[in-house]
Design a protein around this ligand. Structure first.
Ligand SMILES: *Cc1c(COP(=O)(O)O)cnc(C)c1O
Ligand code: SF4
Length: 338
């Protein structure tokens, strides 16, 4: 473990991250002031903002370059006017998730793994998110309702892996998280717990010794898939948190989305893979953006994405090359494009 990582864990007081989470930047004007950007140039999609609010954690805002409208981190969180012009193929629910959502809080599409929408909210609102139209409020079960999900998991012995997704499952308090992990670990045919989260990236203070204890004390093997799209998201504190998780035996992977004018250049993805590797995280998936309404300006064609990845592959060892995937409704797995 890096010594800086040890210090980080000591200085991450248990409740600090919750303070940060309850004090997000939600006012576009405040964000612009903080970033020293000219309000008169503000191309704000007010309707888009109404549908999917602005949410930027302060530790993430600090990594955005001041005075630069083209910053790749800003682009991921800024509610642009362009969100209001959807392309013809874009739909509010491109993956037909609603039809795979027979029980509140559960998505069971693929063999052997079931996804639990463990939390109903995120710490950050990513403008390209395919779940931006998902009805989370109806998908945050109470403890009684979790009983139905857990019964489903217990009755289907083909399920070996429980995936906590969301929303962002690490937005749950440690108590709620520990309770849910505990419940899942009582199901004997489940051996793996996977957590899909962006929290350790956007609020590195979330990585506390308590969180690590919850994950390492469980009988389940833990896999964490973080979500980072650009090396600029990985400042020193974030890297220290990720390598601490890895040093505690949690398998650390990253998924990204290839996004126009954010990371759609081979060099950017190469730097991202190297930065992730430097803090013990391996690239997992690189998603082609889903065709969700409001995200046309992020779209990258399949052909172009393949070209970029070809170049990444020429320059990096195989284990630093993510798998380019696309999610298609009705398929039995994600579709690999390479
Ligand atoms: C992406 C996804 C998974 C996980 O798929 P892997 O290929 O195992 O990463 C599981 N369930 C649902 C509903 C998903 O969308
Ligand atoms: S953190 Fe994940 S689920 Fe939440 S808005 Fe971003 S991409 Fe979507």
């Amino acid at each position: 473990m890096h010594t800086s990582a040890l210090k980080l864990i000591d200085s991450n007081l248990p409740e600090k991250w919750q303070e940060i989470l309850s004090d997000l930047i939600t006012d576009p004007k405040e964000l612009l002031q903080f970033l020293e950007l000219d309000e008169t140039k503000l191309a704000l999609g007010s309707d888009a903002l109404g549908q999917f609010s602005l949410k930027v954690p302060r530790p993430f805002a600090k990594r955005i370059r001041k005075g630069d409208w083209n910053d790749p981190l800003l682009r991921q969180v800024w509610p642009d006017l362009l969100e209001e012009t959807s392309g013809p193929k874009d739909s509010p629910d491109p993956l037909s998730e609603r039809s795979f959502n027979p029980i509140q809080g559960l998505l069971h599409k693929y063999h052997g793994r079931a996804l639990l929408t463990a939390a109903s909210y995120c710490a950050v609102h990513c403008r390209y998110c395919f779940r931006r139209h998902f009805n989370y409020e109806n998908n945050s079960p109470s403890r009684e309702e979790w009983g139905i999900v857990l019964k489903y998991l217990a009755e289907d012995t083909s399920i070996e892996e429980a995936i906590f997704s969301g929303g962002d499952p690490l937005a749950l308090s440690d108590r709620q998280l520990a309770w849910l992990i505990d419940q899942v670990s009582e199901i004997s045919h489940i051996s793996t717990l996977r957590i899909h989260t962006r929290l350790p990236i956007v609020i590195p203070q979330r990585v506390t010794s308590k969180l690590i204890r919850i994950l390492t004390e469980s009988r389940l093997k833990s896999v964490m898939v973080v979500h980072c799209n650009h090396a600029q998201e990985l400042d020193e504190q974030t890297k220290a948190g990720l390598s601490t998780l890895a040093a505690n035996g949690i398998i650390m992977l990253n998924q990204s989305v290839v996004l126009s004018k954010v990371n759609d250049k081979p060099q950017i993805l190469i730097e991202l893979s190297r930065a992730l590797f430097s803090c013990d995280v391996l690239p997992y998936y690189l998603h082609l953006p889903d065709r969700v309404s409001g995200t046309t300006h992020f779209q990258v064609t399949k052909r172009y994405a393949l070209e970029i990845l070809g170049e990444v592959q020429r320059q990096l060892p195989g284990y630093l090359v993510p798998t380019l995937v696309q999610e298609e409704a009705g398929e039995s797995s994600k579709t690999r494009l390479v």
